[in-house]
Design a protein around this ligand. Structure first.
Ligand SMILES: [Zn+2]
Length: 252
């Protein structure tokens, strides 16, 4: 473990609060500057129980996202201009120029969130709640990590998993164009299979091409098996990995 883990022991809610820095305000201002104020962004319908929630991640909402930001982007957008409640952190992750509709925008924000909280999400892969509580870190440098680590994992997981609510605006539904792309594995929803592969490559230091080849052999339905197999050959030579793939093919 590294110093970075110790810094991550700061409770997540506090980290959200400390995100309200000049840096975040500046990025918000620069985003706002690109918003065309002459456009009429229609508020989406928000269910009562979600009235204080960010549509992307369910954290408390602090701000509204106007999407698309200007008339130029509206030409490529396949729905009307909308306004929806989001949190300040998610807003800092929005790159509206990369999205032709709000669902693509959500996919991009989810990927950015998962990337930012990769280490928090990895806690749930490397520990169980009980293991972390009984890890014997009391009084040591990692005491804070042991105490708040599981909570950090749960918060990151819940933010990434939150599916928002159906988008209705002026009686029209804005249909989700990303249905079918998401990949759910071990309690976490990934924007797509590539993101899940990236996550496990980083979490377990897997050889990417080797892991990919394992998945191709055993199929995506046996993703857990591919992970277990690839983990056995971390640090092996290219020759050893080639032999391992031949063995896997023969056994499959
Ligand atoms: Zn959010």
């Amino acid at each position: 473990m590294t110093m970075d883990n110790q810094q991550k022991s700061v409770p997540h809610r506090q980290r959200i609060a400390t995100a309200d820095t000049d840096q975040f305000y500046q990025s918000e201002q620069s985003l706002q500057q690109r918003v065309d104020s002459s456009m009429a962004h229609q508020e989406i319908d928000t269910p009562f129980h979600f009235r204080h929630c960010c549509w992307f991640c369910q954290e408390p909402t602090e701000i509204r996202l106007l999407f698309p930001a200007n008339k130029e982007r509206l030409k490529d957008c396949d729905h009307q201009a909308i306004s929806l409640p989001i949190c300040r952190e998610c807003k800092s992750l929005v790159r509206s120029s990369q999205s032709d509709n709000i669902w693509q925008c959500r996919e991009q924000v989810k990927k950015a969130l998962a990337k930012r909280y990769q280490k928090d999400l990895a806690i749930g892969k490397n520990w169980t709640k009980n293991e972390l509580a009984n890890a014997g870190f009391e009084g040591g440098s990692f005491e804070g990590f042991a105490k708040s680590g599981w909570e950090m994992f749960e918060i990151a997981r819940d933010r990434v998993n939150f599916s928002g609510w159906p988008l209705w605006c002026n009686g029209d539904q804005i249909v989700d164009t990303t249905i079918g792309k998401q990949f759910v594995f071990d309690g976490v929803t990934y924007a797509d299979i590539d993101q899940a592969i990236d996550f496990y490559v980083k979490t377990y230091a897997l050889h990417r091409d080797f892991f990919f080849a394992c998945i191709n052999i055993v199929t995506i339905e046996r993703f857990a098996y591919a992970i277990r197999y690839a983990r056995m050959f971390v640090g092996c030579t290219a020759t050893e990995r080639r032999t391992a793939l031949q063995d896997l093919k023969a056994a499959d």
